[in-house]
Design a protein around this ligand. Structure first.
Ligand code: AMP
Ligand code: ZN
Length: 483
């Protein structure tokens, strides 16, 4: 069997065939960094991580890009309220987001482009669309995409675009668009944009990019004209992704995305999450409440990404037990009394489980069924070990290998082990020190940065710099445990 995915555009499950054999180019719509990401966002981001991990596990050479939206209406509003530039205002939220990703055991992306780093490319892109008559400059200096120039508009959502006009007509009076469906590629700068240093020169005057444009330009620049997978939450199908298709295909003349995958929104304590309902939760809050990252990861992966999932604290307690069961199982295998004897059923159980696990993940990343296969193995093997005094070491090894292999996709055991080897106050201390070191490096105070690295090393923790920032791991658990 090979990977099948549910492509939003085809509205059906289909074989996943990348453009170039063996290579997969993935673009994931990342967070808007005007606040801390919430647990709903992380349902989506952890799904991205599972896609990333499963593709690598399946042997693909994956290039994985996730953007950080650092200029849009919300970041500008936040920056103005804080009296800062968008760059200064969003930086701590971007750092906090990457730290949350690390705490939840997410693989680093190959690149995390920020919109403000691609303004020149965005201006060039808009100019090209104007040249090709897919865009026009309105009297106020804003540039709009001409939906009428792109007949395939509406195909992702599956709508007849003529029905769009009626509903959108109100805004026609507000903007000088030629057609109510047209959307802004480039917005003319207003006072707030200048105040937040979120305005740039362009052939059409001072302005800033529209949000949809940002993702098209970052993805095409980072990954080329055609992406194999484009991922996001379900609310992004329309208009965000529909508009990305229109802009990108009008510009390149090629298919933009071969497969669109969208994650269903998470509910929290039975309801849509909102500040007014009091069920708005961030990852850091849950960690502060004493829940561990592996439990959060387990609960968010416990349902298939297109199914409903209700996140609850009771559910987190159940997830904590499930993760503990895995840790205990792994410990039991490590300590299992081995000795010569008749072959056991362990190797066939391991092989069957791996097969069921692969089939579940290949079936549109069905993490619920994959977890079912894994925990089924735990029960069967536990029963087998209960019934024997010793088992051949190769048989135990087959189970340990299967467990480690599945965990490369799920990332639960790794995370539970890492989190349990230091307590939360130590983890928070390390994150704080890593941030202080990054700040020192930004100031070019390398002596201070080196001193911080030594301070961390003295606590039995090694740090490593990479594209996702700095990762850390415990090298001497006894030192790391000393509060
Ligand atoms: P934002 O930071 O608002 O741009 O959202 C980042 C990502 O999280 C987007 O892909 C959203 O679709 C997704 N998202 C927002 N709310 C939820 C939710 N309740 N459940 C799952 N994903 C969400
Ligand atoms: Zn996007």
């Amino acid at each position: 069997m090979s990977l099948k995915v549910f492509n939003t555009e085809a509205r059906a499950l289909g074989a996943f065939v990348p453009l170039e054999a063996g290579k997969v180019r993935v673009y994931a719509c990342g967070p808007t960094i005007y606040d801390h990401a919430h647990i709903g966002n992380f349902r989506t981001f952890l799904f991205f991580d599972v896609v990333h991990r499963h593709l690598e596990w399946s042997g693909y050479d994956v290039r994985f890009v996730m953007n950080l939206t650092d200029v849009d209406d919300k970041t500008i509003k936040g920056a103005v309220a804080a009296g800062r530039s968008v760059a200064d205002f969003t930086r701590p939220f971007g750092d906090a987001f990457l730290s949350d990703c690390r705490r939840l055991g997410m693989l680093a992306a190959d690149s995390y482009p920020r919109a403000t780093e691609y303004i020149r490319q965005m201006v060039d892109f808009v100019a090209r669309l104007i040249d090709k008559k897919h865009a026009y400059v309105a009297e106020d200096g804003a540039v709009y995409f001409s939906v009428a120039s792109f007949p395939r508009y509406g195909r992702l959502k599956g709508i007849d675009t003529s029905t769009l006009m009626a509903g959108a007509r109100v805004s026609q009076d507000e903007y000088e668009k030629e057609d109510a469906r047209d959307f802004a590629l480039w917005k003319r700068a207003v006072a707030a944009d200048e105040q937040a240093s979120a305005a740039w020169d362009s052939p059409w005057g001072r302005g800033r990019p529209g949000w949809h444009l940002e993702c098209s330009v970052m993805s095409l620049t980072e990954l080329g004209d055609t992406l194999d997978l484009h991922l996001g939450g379900e609310d992004l199908v329309f208009p965000h992704h529909e508009n990305e298709i229109a802009q990108s295909e009008a510009s390149t003349g090629k298919q933009f995305v071969r497969n669109w995958l969208h994650v269903k929104h998470l509910q929290v304590e039975g309801r849509k999450m909102s500040k007014s309902l009091g069920n708005f939760v961030t990852v850091r809050q849950l960690l502060d409440e004493g829940f561990d990252p592996a439990s959060i990861r387990h609960q968010l992966l416990s349902a298939h990404y297109r199914s409903d999932l209700n996140f609850t604290r009771d559910g987190l307690d159940a997830s904590r037990s499930a993760v503990q069961r895995l840790v205990d199982f792994d410990d039991r295998l490590a300590a299992a009394p081995t000795g010569p004897g008749a072959a056991t059923e362990l190797p066939p159980v391991s092989a069957e489980t791996l097969e069921a696990f692969r089939a579940a993940m290949d079936n549109d990343f069905n993490t619920a069924d994959a977890l079912g296969a894994l925990f089924g193995m735990v029960s069967r093997v536990n029963a087998l070990l209960d019934a024997r005094t010793t088992v051949p070491s190769d048989d135990v090894k087959s189970v340990r290998d299967a467990l480690a292999s599945m965990d490369r996709v799920l990332g639960l055991l790794q995370l539970a082990r890492a989190a349990r080897s230091v307590d939360d106050s130590v983890a928070a201390w390390v994150e704080e020190r890593i941030q202080a070191r990054a700040d020192a490096r930004k100031r070019k105070d390398f002596a201070a940065a080196d001193a911080i690295r030594a301070e961390i090393a003295a606590r039995g923790i090694a740090i490593e710099d990479g594209p996702a920032g700095t990762r850390w791991k415990v090298t001497d658990a006894s030192a790391a445990r000393v509060g």
